[in-house]
Structures are given as C-alpha cells and as structure tokens.
Design a protein. Structure first.
Length: 286
C-alpha cells in the first residue's frame, strides 16, 4: 500500500513540474511574441502591470498542498487543450485591454526608445526659461486675447490662438534667448500661442516647406512627469516612418525644421487643462 501511495505522489509531483514548465514556456513565448509585434509596430510603452491571481481550479489542475489533484477524470490531451485555450483567452483579454488603454492614451510613450538618428531633427531644451522669465510668460498668457479661429488644416477641429508678436517680451527677450540657446541666427516671422482643450487635436501638417525655416515651441501649461499620464497632450512628429512623441512639459522648448510633419494632441477628457504652446516661426539667417 505504502509503495503504491509513494509512487502516486512521485507521479503527481513529476506531473506538477511538467505543467509548471508548460505554463512558463508558453506564457513566455506569448509575451515575447507580443513584445516583438509591438516593436515592429513601432509602439513602445511603459506598462504599469497589475499583477493578479489566476484561479485555475476549472482550467488545468487545482494545487493543494503542493500536490496535483486530478479532478474530472479528463485525459492528458483534454487537459493540455483546455489549458492552452485558457492561456489564449488570457492573452486575448490582455491584448484587448492593451489596445483599449492605448486608444485612451493611458500609457506613456518612452522617448528614450528613439535612436539618435530619429531625434537628430528635434532639439529639446529643458528648463528653457529661468524662474523670473517663466513667471513673466505665464502672467502674459493669462491675460491674452484668445480667438477660437485656429486650425491646422481646413475642415479640421478648431482650437484657440492668441497673437503674441506685439508682446516685446516674446518678440525681443525670448527670441534672443532662442538664438543664444540654439546657437543659430534667426529672423522672427511670427510668434503666437496655441490653446487646446479636450477633443481639439491638431492634424499632421508642416509649418513651411523651405529647408531654412524652423519652428520653436515653448510649453507653458502645468504638465509634468507626475500628471503626464493623465493629461497627455503630446506633440507628435513623423520622422523616418516613425511617430515620435514629445511630452509638453512646462518650460520645455523644442526646436525643429518647419518641413517636418507634426501635430499637437489635446489634453485627455480626464482633465480640465488648457494645453498652451507658444510657437515661434523662424527663418535661419545665412
């Protein structure tokens, strides 16, 4: 009696290890395939995974005290098939949740994924203004005369615009600082503020077709690393068949050639933000 019981326990433990390896191999394979597909789609996200418990009593086996309890009298083939279908179901749920959250902008695009070649046409300047300059800018924008007339292309959503060319602080002080920080000599053609609320996404466009034209964007909304995942409002660039997302952090400056396709996304519906970006249209002096 005892040898037979020991034999059954040994078989149960052996089968237990087989199915542990089965789960590990197939789960890892599915995750690797998923990551591979996301890579080829040029989607790289920082996922905040919520780890939950899997209840397998109705799937493969129910583990009790470290031993396998064979319930239902199913064959090994039935058990493997049922388990594989269960894994496919879990993967499908994960994919649907992933696509759902990507569509709602709940994941953060990791900018470090982009190569130096991708980012070369885009120059980012953190903390572009000092504290006094930033305070002056925010006070000016607080009192500007907004007009609901701007759109990136005809028959696209409108958003807010305020002309700032007559503001000496933008036309003279900040314009001079742009030249100092970038090491380039420019002629200033325009300077204005764009304002966007929920559902006022811009469309892909170029600001100019000439090679010597540049655009400098200064972000002035209270968007930072703590709230970007909720607010969103990225500036998107299309370069080398990739979409590059730049976070609109407060006091960040971005310089790029005006012939690059780009657009500004509106804040998400989960906020009451007015996303403000000040755009300088520049011509490089030879």
């Amino acid at each position: 009696m005892y040898p037979m019981m020991a034999k059954r326990i040994a078989i149960a433990v052996h089968v237990n290890w087989v199915f542990v390896l089965f789960f590990i191999c197939y789960t890892l394979r599915d995750l690797l395939l998923l990551v591979n597909h996301l890579y080829h789609l040029r989607i790289l996200v920082r996922l905040e995974l919520r780890l939950g418990r899997l209840h397998l009593s109705d799937s493969l086996v129910e583990v009790r005290g470290g031993l396998v309890d064979w319930s239902g009298g199913r064959s090994l083939l039935d058990i493997i098939t049922h388990t594989w279908l269960h894994l496919l179901h879990l993967l499908l749920v994960f994919l649907l949740e992933l696509l759902h959250n990507l569509g709602r902008g709940h994941f953060t695009i990791v900018k470090d994924f982009y190569s130096d070649k991708d980012m070369k046409p885009i120059k980012i300047f953190e903390k572009f203004l000092n504290d006094n300059e930033l305070e002056t800018v925010l006070n000016i924008i607080k009192d500007v005369n907004w007009k609901y007339t701007n759109m990136t292309r005809p028959n696209t959503p409108r958003f807010w615009i305020a002309d700032l060319y007559e503001e000496p602080f933008f036309r003279d002080i900040i314009f001079k600082k742009i030249q100092e920080k970038t090491g380039k000599s420019f002629e200033l053609n325009r300077v204005y503020a764009n304002g966007q609320t929920f559902a006022q996404d811009g469309s892909y466009h170029t600001d100019h077709t000439d090679e010597g034209m540049y655009t400098f964007i200064l972000y002035t909304s209270a968007i930072n690393t703590d709230n970007i995942d909720v607010v969103n409002g990225y500036t998107q660039f299309k370069i080398n068949n990739k979409v590059i997302n730049v976070e609109p952090y407060l006091n960040r400056g971005v310089l790029f050639k005006s012939n690059i396709l780009h657009r500004g996304l509106a804040p998400s519906r989960h906020t009451d933000f007015l996303r403000v970006s000040v755009a300088f249209k520049l011509k490089e002096m030879e």
